[in-house]
Write a protein that binds this ligand. Structure first.
Ligand SMILES: [Zn+2]
Ligand SMILES: [Zn+2]
Length: 154
């Protein structure tokens, strides 16, 4: 069959490499999507790293061991307790909200300091970043739609 790739707009013969709600894609364009998605996932992983470049817990910020996904063991263990508590009463939520509000200035200052430290670290160890190109920019719109499907492939 012949089809037109929605990304490069070329008329192609054969089976589309990818077909979804966004349209049909030719093999080279699918590879571009795959690469961009892998880069986006690496960037997301990088954003979670601590100042020393090691992965940290998204809840408490402590370093986590390799292979642990996002949240440290302690925080993961406390999650059940948090859920149990907030399902019974909103006291915990109110308490947290109060502390959060009270400590907001300090927290913001700490976050800014962390961000500065991380940026310094990244400047010392620059990541190989791909230069932005028009194809990649066009891609961003379809990426979200494709993300789930491509994650299932990898
Ligand atoms: Zn194409
Ligand atoms: Zn933690």
């Amino acid at each position: 069959m012949s089809y037109q790739c929605v990304m490069c707009h070329k008329a192609m013969d054969g089976e589309p490499a990818l077909k979804n709600g966004a349209g049909t894609f030719c093999p080279p364009c699918r590879e571009v999507i795959r690469t961009r998605l892998a880069e986006a996932m690496a960037a997301r992983r990088q954003a979670r790293l601590g100042p020393d470049g090691r992965p940290t817990c998204t809840w408490c910020g402590r370093a986590i061991k390799d292979g642990q996904a996002g949240v440290c063991q302690t925080c993961d263990g406390h999650r059940d307790w948090v859920l149990k508590t907030v399902r019974r009463t909103d006291r915990l939520a109110r308490y947290v909200a109060r502390i959060e509000e009270k400590e907001a200035p300090e927290r913001t200052a700490r976050e800014q300091l962390r961000e500065q430290t991380r940026r310094r670290f990244e400047e010392q160890k620059p990541l190989p970043l791909a230069a932005p190109d028009p194809v990649a920019q066009r891609l961003e719109r379809v990426e979200a739609m494709l993300a789930k499907m491509l994650e299932a492939w990898s």
